[in-house]
Ligand binder design. Sequence first.
Ligand code: SF4
Length: 282
Amino acid sequence: MKLVIAKSAGFCFGVKRAMEIAMEAAKKHPKTLYTLGPLIHNPQAVEFLKGLGVKVRDRIEHIPRGTVIFRSHGVSLKDLMKARKKKLHIINATCPIVKRAQLFAKYLHRNGYVLLIVGDPHHPEVEAIRSYIPEGVEVVEDAGGAQRIGPWEKLGVIAQTTQSFSFFKEVVSVCLERAKELRVFNTICHATTIRQMEAVEIAREVDCMMVIGGYNSGNTQRLAAICREIQPHTYHIETSQELRPKWLAGREKIGLTAGASTPSWIIREVELRVRHLKGLRG
Ligand code: SF4
């Protein structure tokens, strides 16, 4: 039996940075530290932060005073203004790669392009990006979505940073036929592309694939969907306790990857459980 673990599994640069910022802030402001929404899409990591005194609030209105951390997905203009008005101490942990996508969005709007974001309209990153653009923003999840809107004179396209590259290409190809002038900025995070490519490679060579990460994590869900297309025996789990022994029965090569917000200790626990169930050394 062989276990193949993706080198790219687990925290990306932006999530690692946000976690470090939060842990550092917890030392300085142990009693009045809040995140606006869960810092990352992983319930176990959020629980860990809670142990350090980092409280989660979904609305600025629910933060009485003190310090608020804006997460790696970015913050909407409305929430930023509310936090400033309340004179909260702001720590902005927006990932620089997300900030770059925001800058491209503003650039396109300033230059008269309708902005098309390829991503999940309800994802906080997409909500934050569109909040800085007063009008002329469309969000589509796939090529079919792009076919239903337009045509456009001037169209600018960007992607949610964790979008799948092949999806992005499909949408851009539709836009090419529906816009007279088209500008495209590939804002997909390199770390996401590498993670997805590595997952595809592993899924091709194994007979069972484990994808670890929060059920509320969009990038983990996409990773699982990509792997499932190649390897039907793909299982998305949050923790090692969810792993069922019957999934591994008769499987000789098992692959393991994890989303960008999955802590290394959870990946290690899953690894150890797979090794234990298959009688391999840790
Ligand atoms: S996936 Fe990329 S863009 Fe998103 S937080 Fe991580 S490093 Fe930043």
